[in-house]
Ligand binder design. Structure first.
Ligand code: 13P
Length: 343
């Protein structure tokens, strides 16, 4: 038991190590298809594999990336030179992770809210993923806002499922990333986002504690506190940073080693600027880092556009985003860094 706890703590610390962050490359096939088709690329096993290989084989990726969250399809795939993805990642010092939820589904008896599924057979799946080399995992709950949403019902069932997942992950020696995502779409004010995030994260930690989660062996992956994207009254970078940190000071226990934010549809520059501002404020007990999907892969995906000739340039674009966010993770990002990539 003690040994397992120590192993969990070590992995969690490595995931949120200074100067590095996590790449979320775990889009479901449906989401990845949308992303690929968005740049005119057909989505099939091979194109999904090729793009993800491009990302993880970027030279020196391990300097800025501590871990990569894989999807079930990818963790079982091999790079072009025949190495399973988890093995290839471990060789360059990157921790392999795995998304284990099976998506947000309509919540029975609710008015359009969702609950994340995937608990059935999860203990056995964790054993399989551990054998494939996974060191950490991710489960994402989706909390929608507006028109009386979210209800306490939706928050409660999602928090409960997150904790059940986290308990099974830790039992298997795998660090759970606990991701309650309050969606940033809509026209709500920042006050509303703050209140909904407070209700959500408070409920999540209540469940995590009830279900005996070892807090030093987990990572929290939340949204930042922002106004809805359609709200014309957008807060400054500093306000987002301050309100996000103030809220988490209230509701996140000190034992949690790190908070790894999701980007949630922010622009690449915004995602880096907000993270940098938070690290500049500092004075918090946890590491503040990133676990970005879109804010890391959007640029390289566009550059690549399915062309083998573009692989090198796409890797440069990925390395650049990784550098910007790794700097942000230390409070050292500035817009000038954006000029460093010569396209
Ligand atoms: P985004 O950074 O694109 O929000 O993705 C992170 C993630 O893993 C969402 O589950």
């Amino acid at each position: 038991m003690t040994e397992r706890r120590e192993e969990l703590e070590e992995t969690a610390k490595a995931m949120v190590a200074r100067g590095q962050g996590i790449l979320a490359a775990d889009e479901s096939t449906g989401t990845m298809t949308k992303r690929l088709e968005g740049v005119g690329v057909d989505s099939n096993e091979e194109t999904r594999r090729t793009f993800r290989e491009l990302l993880v084989t970027t030279p020196d990726a391990g300097d800025k990336i501590s871990g990569v969250i894989l999807y079930d399809e990818t963790i079982k795939q091999k790079t072009a030179d025949g190495r399973p993805f988890p093995e290839m990642l471990s060789e360059v010092g990157i921790l392999p992770g795995i998304k284990v939820d099976t998506g947000a589904k309509p919540l029975a008896g609710s008015d359009g809210e969702k609950v994340t599924e995937g608990l059935d057979g999860l203990r056995e799946r964790f054993e399989e993923y551990r054998d494939l080399g996974a060191k950490f995992a991710k489960w994402r709950a989706v909390i929608d806002m507006g028109d009386g949403k979210p209800t306490d019902y939706a928050i409660h069932v999602n928090a409960h499922a997150l904790a059940r997942y986290a308990a099974l992950a830790q039992e298997a020696g795998i660090v759970p990333i606990v991701e309650p995502e309050v969606m940033m779409e809509g026209s709500h004010a920042i006050d509303v986002a703050e209140e909904v995030s407070r209700r959500t994260v408070t409920a999540v930690f209540r469940e995590l504690e009830l279900q005996r989660i070892h807090l030093p062996g987990m990572v929290l992956k939340p949204n930042m506190v922002m106004a809805g994207y359609d709200n014309p009254d957008q807060p400054s970078v500093e306000e987002v940073a301050e309100r996000t940190l103030n809220l988490f000071r209230e509701v996140v226990p000190e034992e949690v080693p790190g908070i790894a934010f999701l980007s949630g549809g922010q622009s690449d520059e915004q995602a880096a600027a907000h993270l940098s501002a938070m690290n500049n404020i500092g004075g918090v007990p946890w590491e503040l880092t990133f676990s970005y999907g879109r804010a890391l892969i959007g640029a390289p995906l566009k550059v690549w556009s399915g062309e083998a000739d573009n692989v090198k340039k796409a890797q440069e674009a990925f390395a650049h985003r990784a550098r910007c966010n790794a700097a942000a993770r230390q409070g050292e990002y500035s817009e000038d860094m954006e000029k460093e990539l010569v396209a």
